[in-house]
Design a protein around this ligand. Structure first.
Ligand SMILES: [Zn+2]
Length: 96
């Protein structure tokens, strides 16, 4: 077997439901303490969910309860705010 198939894992964005290469998504993980964190390395243990590298998707994911639903957790106000701040650095979407 000389040819190696470069396999890129596919994940689905919880906001727009599009399947993308993992590289184009950001993983969010729910830690033991119930805090949802951004996991750029995608290596942290715990339940994970993916969002596109686009502000639009973060707004959708954070505005409703999609992220909470996907991670089976409840976001605190502070936690949600921290994630919104993170998403403000992402490209795309209208500026709030
Ligand atoms: Zn998306």
């Amino acid at each position: 077997m000389s040819r190696k198939n470069k396999h890129i894992p596919q994940r689905t964005c919880i906001a727009c439901r599009q399947t993308r290469d993992k590289e184009n998504l950001i993983r969010l993980v729910c830690s033991d303490g119930g805090i949802v964190e951004v996991d750029p390395s995608a290596k942290k243990p715990g339940r994970g969910a993916y969002l596109c590298l686009q502000k639009d998707c973060w707004e959708i994911g954070l505005k409703g309860n999609r992220l909470e639903h996907a991670l089976r957790t409840k976001l605190s106000i502070d936690n949600r705010q921290a994630l919104i701040e993170y998403s403000n650095n992402l490209p795309g979407g209208s500026r709030i």
